[in-house]
Design a protein around this ligand. Structure first.
Ligand SMILES: NC(=O)c1ccc[n+]([C@@H]2O[C@H](COP(=O)([O-])OP(=O)(O)OC[C@H]3O[C@@H](n4cnc5c(N)ncnc54)[C@H](O)[C@@H]3O)[C@@H](O)[C@H]2O)c1
Length: 279
């Protein structure tokens, strides 16, 4: 089961899981787009707004029942909380409704999904919740402040829930966090001129397929926190441990991000020109 699977990383994760032999249920806010995405991946899709707690629970029950009907011994084996939204700019420029929406989708939505899946998985005695976070869940990201706050909440919730599962004796129910660097998906496609999104371009821009392959590997071997690429996880954790240093370096780091945006603009411009030389 993958949320936010109509496009971007969610669709790529669903495809990687399908290629790995998982029967995959694709869900998204956009029912039509997710049905199109699911067509080549077994055709199993549902509309789901992750902000709706009852709807998440209903989908978890349906997925478990369907797995049982298919004779899958695993029941509901994997739930991927991937749905997310990004709003950029200083926090003081975002109104209360915007801040609420970001936290509701990225943090509370993933909590809804995690708890819906855990209700089934704790009963069946095994299962894995894979939460798609971001490097912004490990370090403050200037320009993406509210987004980063929502992702920090998700990391704390995931690791804390995993500890609570172990303390309660659930040794075969896992929670993992996947923390990728910037990924070239629709989330970033129209942000090459947006200085608020520079933090997403400070490293190597990843392809959704590469991150999806890492997610599929993580699905088989759960780990509490996995960064993609690994060295960036180590780097941002160092900045997180030294906020004074990170603050002084912020202008330099964001200048590197602006350069990354310009590089990507040149790359996409060249691609468009190759596809349509007349324009
Ligand atoms: N693109 C990046 O640079 C990047 C980097 C790190 C982490 N991430 C995370 O990866 C995940 C996927 O992002 P993406 O880059 O594919 O973004 P995207 O915008 O391309 O896709 C997000 C999908 O989530 C769906 N969605 C939005 N709100 C929803 C809701 N309330 N309920 C259900 N579905 C909803 C959208 O319809 C869309 O299909 C997000 O959690 C994002 O924070 C993205």
């Amino acid at each position: 089961m993958v949320t936010g699977a109509a496009g971007g990383l969610g669709r790529a994760i669903a495809a990687a899981l399908h290629a790995d032999g998982w029967p995959v249920l694709l869900t998204d806010l956009d029912a039509e787009a997710v049905a199109v995405a699911a067509a080549p991946l077994g055709g199993w899709s549902r509309a789901l707004d992750v902000r709706d707690e009852a709807a998440c629970a209903a989908v978890a029950d349906e997925a478990a029942a369907e797995a049982a009907a298919r004779g899958a011994r695993g029941g509901l084996g994997l739930w991927v909380n991937n749905a997310g939204i990004l709003v950029t700019g200083p926090s003081w420029e975002q109104d209360a409704a915007t801040r609420r929406r970001v936290v509701e989708v990225n943090a509370l939505g993933a909590m809804n999904g995690t708890l819906a899946a855990l209700a089934v998985m704790r009963a069946q005695g095994h299962g894995h919740v894979l939460n798609v976070v971001s490097l912004a869940g490990l370090v403050a990201a200037p320009g993406e402040t509210v987004y980063a706050a929502s992702k920090h909440a998700l990391v704390a919730f995931s690791i804390g829930t995993l500890a609570d599962l172990r303390l309660a004796g659930h040794r075969r129910v896992h929670v993992s966090c996947l923390c990728p660097d910037g990924i070239w998906t629709p989330m970033l496609h129209d942000r090459l001129d947006d200085p608020g999104a520079a933090a997403s371009f400070t490293g190597t821009l990843l392809s959704p397929e590469l991150v999806a392959r890492r997610a599929a590997r993580l699905a088989r071997r759960p780990r509490p926190v996995v960064s993609v690429p690994r060295w960036r996880g180590a780097q941002v954790r160092l900045f997180d441990a030294m906020p004074g240093v990170a603050l002084r370096l912020a202008p330099l780091i964001l200048a590197a991000g602006r350069a990354g945006q310009r590089r990507q603009l040149r790359r996409t411009g060249a691609d468009q020109h190759r596809r349509n030389p007349a324009r």
